[in-house]
Each structure stands twice: as structure tokens, then as C-alpha cells.
Design a protein around this ligand. Structure first.
Ligand code: HEC
Length: 122
């Protein structure tokens, strides 16, 4: 089980930060892990919801530099491990922590487009 993780971007009530740890991606920047993460992303059908290349479909884009739940290593890990309420399944019981980190590495390896469209597609 991953520990409760710190959301550094959050404003804490009364300035008192709840006890939590920071998680860092052990594979950050590793090309081999990014390639394996890309394979896992397709094999686990992440692309069925997030689109090929994770550019967004029924699930949000994971490569536009914008995050609903935070883009820090641990935040992205938690999104995948525990799922998120509006339709993101939990993969913690399916993927090993190492496999999740490889997917995170793959997502982090994608370059953020200069011009991110803000309009919604109907
Ligand atoms: C059934 C469709 C579906 C599948 C399959 C799916 N996702 Fe998601 N995912 C979503 C939706 C919808 C959201 C937005 C959830 C929300 O807003 O609460 C989401 C959110 C996320 C987030 C948080 C994004 C943010 O902006 O903070 C990450 C990271 C993520 N998904 C990664 C993955 C990965 C990796 C996989 C495959 C292991 C995967 N998803 C499979 C639908 C899916």
C-alpha cells in the first residue's frame, strides 16, 4: 500500500499540512521504463478511455500538462492505484507498483504541446 501522499499544490486549512509522505518515480527519465509503460498503457486498455498517446477521449488527456488531481509523481501514481471518482478505475490490485511507475514514466516522457486547446469536443 502506498502511504498517504502529500499534495504540495494544495492549500491546507490553518496552514497545518496533514501527515503524509512524498513519493517519487524511481524510473523518471528512463527510456526503457517509458517504453514498457507505453506497452502497459495499451495492454491495460488505458488508451480505450484516454485515447492513443493518452491525448484524451472519454477520459482526460494525460499529456497536456494539466491535471485534475495533480501531476506530481505521487499524485499520478495515486490516480492509477486508487482510481478517481468520475470514472477512473483503480488499478492497484491489477498492476504492481513497478508497472504503475513505468506507466507514469511513459506519461512523463511525452512532451507537452505549446498550444493546449481549451474547448470541449461535442
Ligand atoms: C473506463 C475508462 C478509463 C480507463 C480504462 C482508464 N481511465 Fe484513467 N481516467 C478515466 C476518467 C473518466 C478520468 C477522470 C476521473 C475524474 O475526473 O474523477 C481518469 C483519470 C485518470 C488520471 C488522473 C488525471 C488527472 O487529470 O489528474 C490518470 C493519471 C489516469 N486516469 C490514468 C489511467 C491509466 C494509466 C489507465 C490504465 C492503467 C487508465 N487511466 C484507465 C477513465 C479511464
Amino acid at each position: 500500500m502506498p502511504p498517504a501522499i502529500r499534495y504540495d499544490a494544495h492549500v491546507s486549512a490553518g496552514g497545518a499540512v496533514p501527515p503524509a509522505g512524498s513519493m517519487t518515480n524511481p524510473f523518471r527519465g528512463d527510456r526503457q521504463s517509458a517504453m514498457e509503460g507505453e506497452r502497459i498503457f495499451a495492454a491495460m486498455n488505458c488508451d480505450g478511455c484516454h485515447g492513443g498517446g493518452a491525448v484524451g477521449w472519454v477520459g482526460p488527456s494525460l499529456v497536456d500538462g494539466r491535471w485534475r488531481y495533480g501531476g506530481a509523481d505521487g499524485a499520478v501514481f495515486q490516480s492509477i492505484f486508487y482510481g478517481r471518482p468520475r470514472g477512473m478505475p483503480a488499478y492497484g490490485g491489477v498492476l504492481s507498483p513497478g508497472a504503475i511507475w513505468k506507466v507514469v514514466t511513459y506519461l512523463q516522457a511525452q512532451s507537452i504541446p505549446k498550444d493546449v486547446p481549451t474547448e470541449r469536443w461535442r
